[in-house]
Design a protein around this ligand. Structure first.
Ligand SMILES: [Zn+2]
Length: 222
């Protein structure tokens, strides 16, 4: 942290509740940061949380890790002369996703509504869905120009509108394939065997959310 400079860290924003985005909460709070998050993120961090698709129960976070400032509507901040805006999404990756815009720098941090170049996890246990992910992608595209620097939650860490558009088109394409097979009465096992993601796997299927797992995540929501 000292690499960032001598100034104290006064604010910490959680884009959603998952441990890989909040496990620094207690430590940063202990050195003076106020934690801001969506109201549902605070709720999920405060309670035992079962994530069915990981077959895992997350324990409540310690008191110091719980956001003290929870929002449900857009919020503007001015910090170090930067104009920052926090915007809640409709349920997408979870039901507590927030984007963060840095106005002067034209940077849009979209949390886990966007995984750059890899299939995303979708957390149905806390309100996520494939249709919510597609809607969030459309909102992210609408909030960006060709010049906007887009920061995803996972994957190659700096992105742009054209890569985001490719992600959105991948979600829509796979959703269509899986919805058609499910509508035709195929079971999940049959749909996984039919490889509905095949056209996308070489590019998107090389990380932890592999093609069968992503097929299951989309199948749950169509
Ligand atoms: Zn996440």
């Amino acid at each position: 942290m000292s690499n960032l400079g001598a100034e104290p860290i006064t604010h910490l924003i959680n884009t959603h509740w998952h441990f890989d985005h909040t496990s620094g909460n207690e430590w940063l709070h202990s050195v003076g940061a106020k934690i801001i998050a969506h109201k549902n993120t605070r709720k999920h961090l405060s309670e035992i949380q079962r994530v069915e698709d990981w077959d895992y129960n997350f324990l409540p976070s310690p008191a110091g890790a719980i956001p003290s400032d929870a929002l449900i509507a857009n919020r503007k901040l001015k910090l170090n002369s930067a104009s920052i805006e926090l915007k809640p999404y409709k349920p997408a990756h979870t039901d507590g996703d927030l984007s963060v815009t840095f106005g002067e720098a034209d940077i849009l941090h979209v949390g886990d509504t966007y995984w750059n170049g890899i299939y995303p996890f979708i957390d149905y246990s806390t309100g996520g869905s494939i249709d919510g992910m597609i809607a969030a992608s459309d909102a992210n595209l609408a909030a960006s120009t060709e010049n906007t620097i887009i920061i995803p939650g996972h994957g190659k860490p700096v992105s742009n509108k054209s890569e985001l558009k490719e992600f959105r088109d991948m979600l829509v394409g796979i959703r269509g394939n899986i919805a058609a097979l499910k509508k035709a009465g195929r079971t999940l096992e049959e749909i996984v065997a039919a490889k509905p993601t095949a056209a996308y796997d070489a590019k998107w299927g090389q990380f932890v959310i592999d093609p069968p797992f992503f097929t299951k995540l989309v199948y749950e929501g169509v």
